[in-house]
Design a binder for this molecule. Structure first.
Ligand code: AMP
Ligand code: MG
Length: 322
């Protein structure tokens, strides 16, 4: 049974994992925490560079060195972070004399969700710091049915929270404060065709703090942004005729978002799936698992093709394992 080492380090989380077809055998993580402000790309990359040897060593100590391939997040993500992890992946693959496999980070979120839940052919809502997309499989690729036109929902929440004086990451703090709200303040609801946008909403929410309480604005921000995401997800379901929805990405930890998606799915009589939290945000296991699927279908990345790709779109990747 093949065993794959996967390296994730597109942004804040550096993680190495080894998986086989059955389960995650080992996973080690080192998290970059900005002292002030949000994620600083160069500082995050320096964090990854200084922790990667230890993280990989710890992982291989648990599961042994008989690895069949090294998979890594080739993109999308922060350039300096991607380059650091790609360099480590190349060095490992060459020294262990095993193939290298560059994987698309967004697709890894989908595949780990399909692996760890009963979802088979879902419409996926992938909501993370930098990314917000509605995806589904059709004719050999994961197609993007809708996506953010500016910033990701996680970054929008983090940016608003930072403005309000809350520490990074802001998403969980906004969720806590929203529970204590007493009224909804109207904020811009921006859905254009199948796409959405969050930067105007973020600015308006910051403005709203002048006349509403922080709790009320947190609640209104969530209700508005999540309704936009659920609307587009529902329309993708209607368009594709699929009967499952999968939630992926760090913002997927939000209970209110889950509630709204579950309600929409219940109303339509379709299934809603969300993997456990460790497979929701960025993690090494999802990279190793997608690496395993690609490895089994014969995919290999030549060293000269292993350049980091900060704008790697999921619909640019050919899906040979489905
Ligand atoms: P990822 O890039 O997928 O690892 O996700 C990171 C993003 O998830 C950050 O922007 C966090 O603020 C956000 N996040 C984490 N937990 C929550 C939560 N409970 N509610 C909303 N956003 C969250
Ligand atoms: Mg992610």
């Amino acid at each position: 049974m093949p065993k794959i080492l996967g390296l994730e380090g597109t942004a804040w989380n550096l993680s190495a994992a080894v998986v086989d077809e059955k389960d995650v055998i080992a996973e080690t993580t080192a998290t970059y925490m900005p002292t002030t402000g949000g994620i600083h790309p160069r500082e995050a990359a320096q964090h990854h560079a200084s922790h990667i040897a230890k993280v990989v060593k710890e992982t291989l100590k648990i599961c042994g060195k008989d690895i069949d391939a090294v998979a890594f997040s080739q993109g999308p993500g922060l350039g300096p972070c991607l380059r650091t992890v790609a360099t480590a992946a190349r060095a490992l693959a060459l020294s262990m004399e095993v193939p290298l496999i560059g994987v698309n980070h967004c697709i890894a979120h989908i595949e780990v969700g399909r692996w760890k839940t009963k979802a088979c052919d879902p419409v996926t809502l992938y909501v993370s710091g930098a990314n917000s997309q509605v995806l589904a499989y059709r004719a050999g690729r994961y197609r993007v049915f809708g996506e953010t036109l500016d910033i990701g929902i996680g970054n929008a929440l983090d940016k608003f929270a930072r403005f309000a004086g809350l520490p990074h990451p802001g998403g969980p703090k906004v969720e806590e404060l929203a529970k204590k709200a007493t009224r909804y303040t109207p904020l811009p609801y921006t859905v254009k065709g199948m796409d959405f946008s969050f930067s105007g909403l973020t600015t308006a929410a910051q403005e709203a703090l002048k006349s509403s309480t922080l709790q009320d604005v947190c609640h209104s921000f969530q209700e508005t942004a999540f309704a936009m995401l659920v609307e587009v997800t529902e329309r993708a379901v209607a368009h594709t005729g699929k009967n499952e929805v999968l939630l992926a990405g760090g913002v997927g930890a939000n209970v209110r978002l889950r509630e709204m998606l579950a309600l929409m799915c219940e109303d339509r009589g379709i299934e809603f799936y969300a993997p456990e939290k460790r497979f929701m945000g960025d993690n090494g296991a999802m990279i190793a698992y997608l690496g395993l699927l690609m490895y089994k279908s014969g995919y290999r990345t030549a060293i000269e093709d292993s350049k980091a790709n900060p704008n790697f779109r999921p619909d640019d990747a050919e899906v040979m394992w489905r």
